[in-house]
Design a protein around this ligand. Structure first.
Ligand SMILES: N[C@@H](CCC(=O)N[C@@H](CS)C(=O)NCC(=O)O)C(=O)O
Length: 205
């Protein structure tokens, strides 16, 4: 399998899941501005939408879009990071993945696209605060993870997206469950390994 990624981008979630599952994969860095892979190929031939992540299977088929890709990976080891298809927990997983993808992830976009400046900064921050407040509510059941006591692919995606808060100077300390969740996830060996592979954490000497 080949994972097309950009360091620190949402593709980091797929990398963490691949490491959690102990799967072999090749990571291919993409310059999304230039539309080129690190080995000089036209990235739009892989993902015509031009963004990461994309996962290319050994038979050449390609999966894109975080919710679909993360569920595909999770299902390689049934029951570990994805509840069974058709179960109520699977419905909750899809609900969480779609919220993270369309509501939370996109609430960060103005900060990365240079739109959260001047008059627009306060409204972008207020919008993001509402979304993070919703995550705080979703973690309200006293469980360690979104679906209960077992981590799922949605938790991995949530961690990766909320980790961007540090890059834009957005403090998470006002949301105690979110802060605890981030600390818990950040300690996982798979997360540490993925961050190190993408150059976001120094390897231990
Ligand atoms: N809907 C897509 C969004 C992916 C996305 O926003 N990717 C960002 C990185 S987090 C990206 O590649 N941005 C560069 C670009 O759009 O050119 C998904 O869920 O996979």
């Amino acid at each position: 399998m080949r994972l097309y990624f950009k360091p620190g981008a949402c593709s980091l979630a797929s990398r963490i899941v691949l490491i959690e599952l102990g799967r072999d994969f090749t990571a291919v860095s993409v310059d999304t501005d230039a539309g080129r892979t690190e080995d000089g190929r036209d990235y739009r031939a892989v993902n015509p939408r031009g963004y990461v992540p994309a996962l290319e299977l050994d038979d050449g088929r390609v999966i894109t879009e975080n919710p679909a890709l993360l569920q595909y990976l999770g299902d390689l080891e049934p029951g570990l990071l994805t509840p069974p298809a058709g179960s109520w927990d699977r419905v909750r997983l899809q609900e969480a993945l779609n919220f993270i993808s369309s509501e939370l992830h996109k609430a960060f976009s103005p900060f990365f696209q240079g739109e959260a400046t001047g008059d627009r900064l306060a409204s972008a921050q207020a919008h993001l605060s509402r979304r993070v407040g919703e995550v705080e509510r979703m973690l309200d059941g006293g469980s360690a993870y979104l679906l209960g006591d077992r981590m799922s692919v949605a938790d991995v995606y949530l961690f990766v997206v909320l980790n961007w808060a540090g890059f834009i100077g957005f403090e998470l300390q006002d949301w105690p469950r979110v802060s605890d969740f981030m600390a818990r996830m950040g300690e996982r060996p798979s997360v540490q390994a993925a961050l190190t592979q993408e150059g976001l954490l120094k390897a231990a000497a």
